[in-house]
Design a protein around this ligand. Structure first.
Ligand code: ATP
Ligand code: MG
Length: 632
């Protein structure tokens, strides 16, 4: 790979944080703090972990037995103690923890005191059903605070939660319940999307009918529409369970390495993996990353638009923000209903300071035009986050200008279900480069290497690896330890292979170019699919693009692009030429797609990531592979 020439998107502009934001940054001196985290990890992580509550202090920060790590060895804690009780001890009993809103503007607010009480009640309820430490509980719930209460109640008693996105079909749900051998499933009668009720309970019933190990289904009967007869020994009412159980509960004393949850990856590259996270390290790193990346202050209002069914929801709707005692907005519904300004309406209404979303949503909202966000007062925003895919510079700039109005910083956070927490991003205290994620966070030692594990010089495309264990790393893949070990054995040198390709520039900024499987090789040039897509999106008519490589006898691979146009544009031969011209200007002739096909939409995972392997398989007439996580 190293002798292939590189084709590179040039990100010219550098964006410095506005003075008022810089002044307020919790981390002022990234370089020295990072240096300490690498040179003296024992001391660094001890200091961070000491900011949290432990029933018993750890003996040793890290025990590394390749490829298995133990963090905060013999430490005893309960993550919910830190999410709830500790905040109340710090005087936050009456502070709002969650503002849970739906598409119609209905809101439910819960203070830290109220949240603790609800969690305790459900924890007692779960115990009364016979759930105990180490048992698995599947959660198939709408993106509302009731889902959060369910997760925390599990963690409170030491049960392992496995949240399944409520958009999944019966088959995908069954697979996950079965894989985890869940004793209990927590669900609701329905979830809301685009003003419609999407039933959940019937799907659960279908999924579990022959799974004998499922002892109970706890049902949140949202509109109290179920008949008495629909409840039984097996089907229990969520609200009754909460109402009739005691509000006091002593959190289970958990070992730092006890499992906290299983979560399946989003399945962009193949069959999802059941990633297992443990209590201590996950707690410490979600606490630290939320605090430093989003610069959480006592009065911060924070909104992450993810769904709790994804890792972003786990780490940055639930655990990270609660560990920092912040006020969290969460929403059930889609970004375009009842109108495409609904998110900005809520940012305005709740005076949101930190807003965290995905490039797919930004690109979608861009299509509706600049006039929509312009109608709202977005001046409360200070930090705008992005996650899930490389953010195209075009979308980055739109986000920065039209949402941040040039007064907020954009943080492009690279991480994975497996990493548990942010790994690479800029921090609000130092300048950002659109399209480049930024520098490694504390304790993270990345490198860009060839297949043999040799470090590559700056601006050379290679495999992104992490060379040292980090606290929130996955501990295994549920029931498939060989899949876990594969991450560490893919590339020589005892490093974690992320499966993404990247480059690093002279200033140490890392740019993610896409999945290793997606990157193109054209006439001896390595070209990141994300780079070509970003170049295509620079054309004003283009909303979204996905490129794939097709085998080509002469060039190795030829490039085919699938393009979605913005509202008001129609496909034409001229547009094809113009788009090709744009790519030529931005990246050079070598990256110009040989074929451009206009489509209405792109195949995506339910978490919104483009599934290029599906496009490629269809194009080449091959088997589609695992498509259980395909949107539709
Ligand atoms: P699977 O591993 O099953 O194929 P997945 O990788 O899509 O699913 P996630 O763990 O949700 O599941 O996604 C992590 C991946 O998302 C990363 O490996 C990377 O490809 C992409 N990603 C996340 N954040 C960013 C970002 N800020 N910039 C670029 N890519 C990102
Ligand atoms: Mg992955």
């Amino acid at each position: 790979m190293e002798n292939l020439e590189q084709v590179h998107l040039q990100v010219k502009e550098i964006f410095y944080p506005p003075e008022d934001i810089k002044k307020e940054c919790i981390v002022q001196d990234y370089e020295s703090m990072y240096k300490k985290s690498i040179e003296n990890p024992e001391e660094f992580w001890s200091e961070v972990a000491s900011q949290l509550h432990w029933f018993q202090k750890w003996d040793k920060v890290l025990e590394w037995n390749f490829p298995y790590a133990k963090w905060f060895v013999n430490g005893k804690t309960n993550i919910t103690y830190n999410c709830l009780d500790a905040n109340i001890e710090k005087g936050r009993r009456n502070k709002v923890a969650y503002i849970s809103v739906d598409e119609e503007g209905n809101e439910k607010k819960l203070t830290y005191g109220e949240l603790l009480e609800q969690v305790n009640r459900l924890a007692n309820g779960l115990k009364s059903l016979g759930v105990s430490k180490g048992d698995r509980v599947s959660i198939y719930m709408p993106n509302t605070v009731e889902a959060v209460i369910s997760m925390l109640a599990c963690a409170r008693i030491g049960a392992i939660h496995s949240v399944v996105f409520a958009g999944f079909s019966e088959g995908a749900l069954k697979l996950r319940i079965n894989d985890a051998k869940a004793k209990v499933v927590i669900t609701a009668t329905y979830t809301k999307r685009r003003g419609k009720k999407i039933p959940l309970l019937p799907i659960v019933k279908e999924a579990i009918y022959d799974l004998d190990f499922v002892k109970n289904v706890i049902v949140w009967d949202r509109d109290r529409e179920l008949e008495e007869s629909e409840f039984s020994k097996k089907f229990v009412s969520f609200e009754e369970l909460i109402k009739t159980s005691s509000p006091y509960f002593n959190p289970e004393v958990m070992d730092s390495e006890d499992p906290l949850f299983i979560l399946y990856t989003s399945g962009t590259t193949g069959k999802p993996k059941g990633v297992l996270h443990t209590v201590g390290g996950y707690m410490v790193n979600t606490y630290l990353t939320t605090k430093t990346v989003f610069n959480i202050k006592e009065d911060t209002v924070y909104w992450c638009t993810a769904d709790i069914g994804w890792i972003t929801g786990h780490s940055y709707i639930v655990y990270g923000p609660l560990l920092n005692g912040t006020t969290i907005v969460m929403m059930e519904g889609v970004p375009v209903y009842p109108h495409p300004g609904i998110w900005w309406e809520y940012v305005d209404k709740y005076r949101v300071n930190v807003f965290y979303t995905a490039p797919t949503a930004i690109r979608m909202l861009m299509r509706f035009g600049d006039e929509i966000p312009a109608k709202y007062d977005l001046s409360s925003l200070k930090i705008l986050g992005s996650v899930g895919e490389p953010i195209n510079p075009e979308a980055w700039l739109w986000y920065y200008k039209n949402i941040g109005r040039g007064k907020a910083v954009v943080v492009d956070t690279w991480w994975q279900t497996e990493t548990g927490a942010h790994m690479i991003t800029t921090l609000p205290c130092y300048p950002a480069k659109p399209g480049k994620a930024g520098k490694p966070l504390f304790g993270v030692v990345p490198d860009i290497v060839d297949k043999e594990g040799n470090s590559l010089p700056p601006n050379t495309i290679g495999h992104l690896v992490i060379k040292k264990p980090w606290p929130s790393m996955l501990r295994t893949c549920w029931g498939e330890p060989e899949r876990y070990e594969k991450y560490w054995k893919e590339i020589p040198g005892n490093v974690y292979s992320a499966g993404d390709l990247a480059t690093i520039d002279e200033d140490g900024y890392i740019m993610i170019l896409g999945r290793a499987d997606d990157v193109l090789s054209v006439a001896g040039h390595r070209i990141g699919n994300a780079e070509v897509e970003s170049a295509i999106i620079e054309h004003p008519a283009v909303a979204e693009a996905a490129v794939i490589g097709k085998p080509n006898e002469i060039k190795g691979e030829s490039i085919k692009a699938f393009v979605v146009l913005k509202e008001g544009y129609t496909p034409s031969a001229e547009l094809v030429e113009e788009i090709k011209e744009t790519v030529k200007e931005v990246l050079g002739a070598i990256a110009v797609p040989d074929e451009i096909e206009f489509v209405d939409k792109l195949p995506k995972t339910r978490s919104g990531k483009i599934m290029r392997r599906v496009l490629r398989a269809k194009e080449l007439g091959q088997e589609l592979g695992d498509i259980s996580t395909l949107e539709d």
